[in-house]
Design a protein around this ligand. Structure first.
Ligand code: GUN
Ligand code: ZN
Length: 344
């Protein structure tokens, strides 16, 4: 899922986002709750109407954004307390309030409010408290949810890098029988081996037929590896953010098109890519054009955003096809060979 934090994918019209083949994008409850606010959301009839988006929306619950953005957020059993970035006034986001906002947003998938601790924190007791509190907050979210027939509430597994805590959390969360399950608390700079152990431990305990969503994950290598470990869904700001720094994601790795060598490169962003910029009969965008526009004009950022979002969605499509056609191991080998041709 590409991340449209403020109800827009920076630089793209909803029509352009649709053209990337995106059918599910992410919005943030915290940001939309502040602006345009619940009254406007109710008046217009939700976030689909607000952004002219006829496909699906997933909303994150808001707590994670406050904790990661505002160092001043404090967490109690009641909820997450923070100072409004607009006027500095004290605010409280409770599980009930997050659900009410997400009901007003009308997202197709809504996330529970969770207590998130960075995985690299050494405080075991706090980690356990956060995990148990996330379970209690799920119960409060389920009780407060007004539209369970049309909006799917996902739980979020917490527990840091402690595999026993993760297992205990999986057991509790699975028993609540939500339509989908997320694995949270990763993407915090933990070692890859630790990340893999946590994902593998959780997916082993999750029901086969419910979507498993690893939150905040987005490098192509991490997506492919996480699928191999049993995960299905991901979101990350990286593909769109890195586009704004002039970076194109390709099968050979990330290319910075600001590099002088692209100034007279009249090929597409990526040969063989099916995005609107690169494909035969498409927009006819060249690397030279992107290079020429990366310094002052925003058009290069928009075009690279289109390419990068398409790249990621196409990667997941290829992965899905490879699994369905029973050739996923060969696909993974080919994928890593493309990135690291000199390693066997
Ligand atoms: N985004 C990335 N990680 C997390 C997490 O653990 N919880 C929530 N709510 N959002 C996230
Ligand atoms: Zn492309």
């Amino acid at each position: 899922m590409p991340v449209a934090t403020q109800a827009s994918l920076k630089g793209l019209t909803p029509e352009q986002l649709e053209e990337t083949s995106c059918r599910l994008c992410l919005n943030n409850t915290y940001h939309l709750g502040l602006k345009p606010g619940q009254e406007v959301l109710d008046a217009i009839g939700g976030a689909h109407k607000l952004q002219g988006w006829k496909h699906n929306i997933l909303t994150d619950s808001g707590g994670f954004q406050m904790v990661s953005l505002l160092k001043l957020a404090t967490i109690t059993e009641e909820g997450v307390r923070f100072l409004s970035p607009h006027d500095g006034s004290p605010m409280l986001l409770t599980p009930e309030h997050s659900m009410s906002l997400q009901n007003s947003i009308g997202s197709d998938i809504m996330m529970q409010l969770d207590d998130v601790i960075v995985t690299t924190s050494p405080d075991k007791e706090r980690m356990k408290e956060a995990m148990l509190r996330s379970v209690r907050w799920l119960d409060r979210c389920i009780a407060a949810h007004k539209k369970p027939e049309t909006q799917n509430l996902f739980c979020i597994i917490q527990g840091g890098l402690d595999l026993e805590l993760r297992q205990e959390c999986c057991k509790e969360m699975v028993a609540r029988d939500t339509p989908g399950i997320a694995i949270g608390g990763l993407s915090g700079g933990e070692a890859k081996a630790d990340f893999c152990r946590v994902v593998e431990t959780c997916t082993a305990m999750l029901p086969e037929l419910k979507p498993r969503y690893v939150m905040g994950i987005g490098y192509p290598e991490d997506l492919v590896v996480s699928v191999a470990l049993g995960a299905d869904m991901f979101d990350c700001v990286w593909p769109t953010r890195t586009a704004r720094f002039g970076n194109a994601i390709t099968k050979q790795g990330v290319l910075n098109i600001r590099n002088a060598k692209f100034g007279d490169d009249f090929g597409p962003i990526e040969e063989g890519c099916g995005c609107e910029c690169c494909r035969e009969g498409g927009l006819g965008i060249t690397r030279a054009y992107i290079h020429h526009n990366t310094s002052k004009e925003t058009v290069a950022a928009h075009l690279l955003t289109i390419h990068n979002v398409w790249y990621q969605l196409n990667l997941m499509r290829e992965v899905r096809d490879a699994i369905l056609e029973d050739r996923f191991p060969a696909y993974i080998r080919g994928f890593f060979h493309g990135l690291y041709p000199n390693k066997s």
